[in-house]
Design a protein around this ligand. Structure first.
Ligand SMILES: NC(=O)C1=CN([C@@H]2O[C@H](COP(=O)(O)OP(=O)(O)OC[C@H]3O[C@@H](n4cnc5c(N)ncnc54)[C@H](OP(=O)(O)O)[C@@H]3O)[C@@H](O)[C@H]2O)C=CC1
Ligand SMILES: N[C@@H](CC=O)C(=O)O
Length: 790
C-alpha cells in the first residue's frame, strides 16, 4: 500500500524525459529501464519522475490513422498494422506473465479508436502512444524490482488558453503522488479548461517534462535524446562541431528563439525563474554526462541556420514577438528594434497566418515577400570582429552584442558551413595535456605524442602542458614532446597546492593523464576534477579505491561535468571496458566475466619450464616492461584482483577489493618490505612455484591464473585463483603475455564474446592511453574522419 503524500516544495526530485527514439523498440525500453535503475541508485532519497513520449513512430502512425478516418478501407489496415506493431513491442519487452495486463489495456485502447474517430476526439487517439509508453515502461521497471506507476498527465496537467495553470496542476498532482514510487508520466498530453484532451504540439514531451519539473520543484530535469550534447553547429553538417558540456540559460533561450531544434522556447520557459537545472543527455551514449543548461556559464560560440524565412515590419511596441511565436508555434526573431518600427524574421510558411493574427488585433504589418536563408552566429566570450566580407553574398546583416544574423539568398553548402565554423567557432581548438608518471609506460606515451600531435593537426592542437614524476614537475603550457626529459630533470619539485593552482590556471579543455602507480596521487582526483580537468588513468589505484572515496570521484565528475577514462587499467590496450559499456548501453545483461587478466602471469606461465628459478623469469618480465613497478603486485594476485574490481564497478556493482576472494601466488611473508628486501628471500617463491609447476606437469596440465566474476539473481561472486588446466581448455592456448576476457551475457550466452591479446607492455598500454585520449578528443572536437587527416 502506498500512502498519498502532499508534494513538498523542498523535496528533492529528478525528472527524466525519454523521447520516442529512446523508446523505439523492446531493446531501447530495456536500455532505458537500466538507465533508470542506475539513476535510482544514484539518486538515493530523491524522488524520480519519468516523462515518456510515444514509442518510435507511433504518433506518426496514429496521425495517419486520423488522416484516413473518412476512408475505412484505408484506415482499417493502418489500425491493424499498428495493433500488431505495439502488441509485439509489449510481448518482447515483458515476460509472458507481465505482458498480459498491458496487452489487455492496449487492446481496449485500440478497440476504442473507431468510436473516438467518429466523435472527432482525435487527441484521445493520439494519447494512446504516450499512455502505452508509460504503462509499458512502468511494467518493465517493476519486472526489474523497482516500484513504478504509470500516470496519465491529463489527470493533473491543466492548460488555460495555452498557458499552464500551475497552481491547479500542482494540487491535482499532489493528490496523485505516491510515496517511494517512480512515476512514469505521459508526455505531450494534457487537458484544457473544459477538461478536453489536448496535445502540446511539437516537442510537447520536453515541455511536459519541464512543466513537471516546475510542479515538483525538481533539482534537475534531464532530457534524454539521441545527441550527447548541445553542439556549436549541426553535427550532421559540420563534422568539427563542438559538443558543449555547459550552455548558459540565456544562450539556450537565444538558440531556442532562433528555432534550434535541441531545446524549444516553451521547454525552457517552464523553468525560467526556477532553480531547476536542465540537462540534455544521450540515451544511446549514457557514459557521456551530456550538456547542462545553467545560469552563470560563459557564453560559447554557436552557428545555427533558419532556412526559408521572411520578414515582417510593424510599428514598435504594437505586438510581442514571443506571443506571436507561441501562437504560431514557430520561431519569431526580432532582427532590428528602432524607435518607430521593428523587423521580425519568421518561417515563410507561417507568414500569412501571422498577418491574419496581427490583423485580428488591428495591427498592420508590412510583409517583405522575398524568401531568405538566415544564418546566425551566437557570440562566445572574446568574440573576434567579423569582416564585412565574410559572407559577401549576404543581402542583409543584423548585429548586436550577442549575435550576428546574415540573410542569404541561398543556404550555405556543407563546405562553406564548415569554413564558417572554423573561422567563428574553432579558430584554435586546443586540448591541454598534463602527464603524471614518466616511467616505463609514461615515457612511451610521451614518445608517441609527437606523432599524435601531427596526425591531429590542423583540426586539434594537442598541447603538452605538463610532465611530472614523483619528484619534479615541468609545468609549462606548451612543451615540445621531444624536449621533456632534460627539462624535467632540471624542473622544480612539486606540491599538490602548486600543481592544483597551475591546473586551475590552464584554459579548458584540459586532461590529466595519470600513469603513476600512486594511490596518494589518485586521491587527488576530486581536486583535479574541480580544477576543470578530465582524467585518463592507467593507474589502477583510483578505480579501486574504497567505495566511499571512489564515489567522491564520481560525484566530482558529475558536479563538474568531467570525464574519466580508464580503459588501460584492465587489459592494457584491449578495449574490454568499452565493450562492456557498449553492451550495457545497448540493453544487454552481463552474467559472467572471466579469464586471464594478468599479462605478467600469463607470460610467466607460458615461459616457465622449470629449467631455471622462477624469479629469473620474473626479472625478465620486469625488464620487458610487463610487471607492475613492484612485481610482487602481480605475483600476489592483487593486480588481478584490482582488475576484476575495475570490471565489477564498470558493471555498476558496489564491490570492494575485499569482496573478491584471492588465492595469492606469493607466500604471504614475502609481501612485506621493499623489493630489495624480498630479493634475497626469493628461493621461497622459487620452491613454491617449482612444486606447483611439477604437479601440473605430472597431470599433463598447464598453470593459469584465472579471474571470475559471476552475476546471478543480482548477487555477485568474484574470485582470482591459480588453476591447472588441460591443454584443450580454452584458456590454455595463449601466447605469452596474452589476456583473455570471456564475456557471457543474455546475448552472448551459448557462445561467449572473447577478447584476447597482449595484456601488458609499454607499447600496448601507451597505445590504449592514446585511444582514451582519442575518445576525449572526439567528445570535444568531433574531429574529421581520419581519411581527411594527413
Ligand atoms: N606495464 C604495463 O603493462 C601496464 C601498466 N599500467 C599501470 O601504469 C602505471 C605506470 O606503470 P609503469 O610505467 O610501468 O611504472 P614506472 O615505475 O615505470 O613509472 C611510474 C612513474 O610514476 C611516477 N610516480 C610515482 N609516484 C608518483 C606520484 N605520487 N606523483 C607523480 N608521479 C609519480 C614515477 O616517478 P619516479 O620516476 O620519480 O619514481 C614514474 O615516473 C602503473 O599504475 C601500472 O599499474 C597499466 C596497464 C599496463
Ligand atoms: N602488470 C600488469 C600490467 C597491466 O596491467 C600485468 O602484468 O597485467
Amino acid at each position: 500500500m502506498h500512502s498519498k503524500t502532499q508534494l513538498q516544495p523542498q523535496q528533492a526530485a529528478q525528472v527524466h524525459k525519454f523521447g520516442g527514439s529512446s523508446l523505439a523498440d523492446a531493446n531501447r525500453f530495456a536500455a532505458v529501464a537500466k538507465l533508470v535503475q542506475q539513476q535510482h541508485q544514484q539518486a538515493a532519497g530523491q524522488a524520480l519522475w519519468l516523462v515518456v513520449s510515444a514509442p518510435g513512430d507511433t504518433t506518426d502512425a496514429l496521425l495517419n490513422i486520423i488522416a484516413s478516418s473518412d476512408n475505412e478501407a484505408q484506415c482499417q489496415p493502418l489500425r491493424s498494422a499498428l495493433q500488431q506493431q505495439l502488441s509485439s513491442l509489449v510481448q518482447q519487452a515483458l515476460s509472458a506473465e507481465g505482458a498480459v495486463s498491458v496487452q489487455v489495456q492496449l487492446q481496449q485502447w485500440l478497440a476504442a479508436v473507431p468510436a473516438l474517430l467518429t466523435q472527432q476526439r482525435h487527441n484521445e487517439v493520439l494519447a494512446i502512444g504516450e499512455r502505452l509508453s508509460a504503462l509499458l515502461l512502468s511494467a518493465v521497471l517493476k519486472e526489474r524490482g523497482l516500484n513504478a506507476a504509470a500516470l496519465d498527465a491529463r489527470d493533473f496537467l491543466r492548460l488555460h488558453q495555452h498557458q499552464p495553470d500551475l497552481p491547479q496542476s500542482a494540487a491535482l498532482l499532489a493528490a496523485l503522488t505516491q510515496a517511494d514510487t517512480i512515476h512514469v508520466v505521459t508526455g505531450f498530453i494534457a487537458r484544457d479548461e473544459q477538461q478536453r484532451s489536448i496535445t502540446l504540439g511539437r516537442n510537447g514531451s520536453d515541455y511536459s517534462a519541464t512543466l513537471l519539473g516546475a510542479l515538483v520543484h525538481a533539482a534537475e530535469v534531464t532530457i534524454w535524446t539521441d545527441v550527447k550534447a548541445i553542439y556549436s553547429a549541426d553535427p550532421r553538417k559540420v563534422a568539427s562541431a563542438l559538443p558543449y558540456q555547459q550552455v548558459s540559460w540565456q544562450q539556450a533561450c537565444q538558440l531556442a528563439r532562433l528555432g534550434n531544434p535541441v531545446l524549444h522556447a516553451r521547454t525552457l520557459s517552464a523553468l525560467t525563474g526556477t532553480t531547476t537545472r536542465l540537462r540534455v543527455r544521450s540515451s544511446y551514449q549514457p557514459v557521456h554526462q551530456g550538456c547542462q543548461v545553467q545560469q552563470q556559464v560563459k557564453a560559447q560560440h554557436f552557428i545555427t541556420e533558419l532556412n526559408d524565412v521572411t520578414l515582417l515590419t510593424l510599428a514598435a511596441g504594437s505586438y510581442d514577438a514571443e506571443r506571436l511565436a507561441l501562437q504560431l508555434q514557430q520561431p519569431v526573431v526580432t532582427l532590428a528594434q528602432h524607435s518607430d518600427h521593428v523587423i521580425w524574421l519568421l518561417p515563410a510558411s507561417c507568414a500569412e497566418q501571422a498577418l491574419a493574427l496581427l490583423a485580428a488585433e488591428h495591427i498592420h504589418a508590412v510583409w517583405d515577400t522575398r524568401r531568405y536563408h538566415a544564418l546566425a552566429w551566437l557570440k562566445g566570450e572574446q568574440a573576434t570582429d567579423v569582416s564585412a566580407n565574410l559572407l559577401p553574398q549576404a543581402l542583409h546583416r543584423y548585429e548586436n552584442e550577442q549575435q550576428l544574423i546574415w540573410l542569404l539568398p541561398t543556404p550555405l553548402n556543407a563546405e562553406q558551413l564548415q569554413q564558417l565554423h572554423q573561422a567563428l567557432v574553432t579558430p584554435a581548438a586546443e586540448l591541454k595535456l598534463v602527464v603524471a608518471g614518466s616511467g616505463n609506460v609514461g615515457g612511451e606515451f610521451l614518445a608517441m605524442l609527437q606523432h599524435q600531435q601531427q596526425r591531429l593537426q590542423p583540426q586539434v592542437k594537442l598541447s603538452l602542458a605538463g610532465v611530472m614524476n614523483s619528484r619534479r614537475a615541468l609545468l609549462e603550457p606548451d612543451i615540445a614532446p621531444i624536449d621533456w626529459q632534460q627539462a624535467l630533470a632540471e624542473a622544480a619539485s612539486w606540491h599538490s597546492d602548486s600543481l592544483l593552482s597551475y591546473l586551475q590556471s590552464l584554459p579548458a579543455p584540459k586532461v590529466l593523464v595519470d600513469i603513476t602507480p600512486s594511490a596518494d596521487f589518485a586521491r587527488l582526483y576530486p581536486q583535479f576534477i574541480a580544477a576543470g580537468c578530465d582524467i585518463i588513468s592507467a593507474n589502477k589505484q583510483g578505480v579501486t579505491l574504497p567505495g566511499s572515496e571512489y564515489q567522491q570521484i564520481k560525484q566530482a565528475l558529475a558536479d563538474h561535468q568531467r570525464q574519466w577514462l580508464s580503459n588501460t587499467t584492465c587489459g592494457a590496450g584491449i578495449p574490454v571496458q568499452r565493450s562492456l559499456q557498449e553492451l550495457l548501453s545497448a540493453g544487454d545483461r552481463i552474467r559472467q566475466v572471466s579469464g586471464i587478466f594478468s599479462g605478467t602471469l600469463s607470460w610467466l606461465f607460458c615461459q616457465f619450464d622449470g629449467s631455471k628459478p622462477f624469479s629469473d623469469f620474473v626479472l625478465e618480465a620486469q625488464q620487458a616492461g610487463l610487471t607492475e613497478p613492484d612485481p610482487r603486485d602481480d605475483l600476489s594476485g592483487k593486480d588481478v584482483q584490482r582488475k576484476l574490481l575495475v570490471l565489477a564497478r564498470e558493471l555498476g556493482l558496489t564491490l570492494e577489493l575485499g569482496d573478491i576472494a584471492l588465492q595469492p601466488l606469493l607466500p604471504v611473508e614475502l609481501e612485506q618490505g621493499s623489493w630489495q628486501q624480498f630479493w634475497p628471500k626469493r628461493a621461497l617463491l622459487d620452491n613454491a612455484m617449482a612444486q606447483l609447476f611439477a604437479q601440473a606437469k605430472a597431470q599433463g596440465k598447464v598453470l593459469r591464473y584465472v579471474a571470475c566474476l559471476t552475476l546471478q539473481n543480482e548477487q555477485a561472486q568474484a574470485s582470482v585463483a591459480l588453476q591447472a588446466v588441460s591443454p584443450t581448455h580454452p584458456l590454455a592456448a595463449i601466447a605469452p603475455c596474452d589476456n583473455v576476457f570471456v564475456i557471457e551475457s543474455d546475448w552472448y550466452s551459448s557462445n561467449p564474446l572473447v577478447l584476447k591479446g597482449p595484456g601488458a607492455g609499454k607499447q600496448v598500454t601507451a597505445g590504449g592511453l592514446h585511444a582514451d585520449l582519442a575518445q576525449l578528443i572526439d567528445f570535444y572536437f568531433r574531429r574529421a574522419q581520419p581519411a581527411t587527416l594527413t
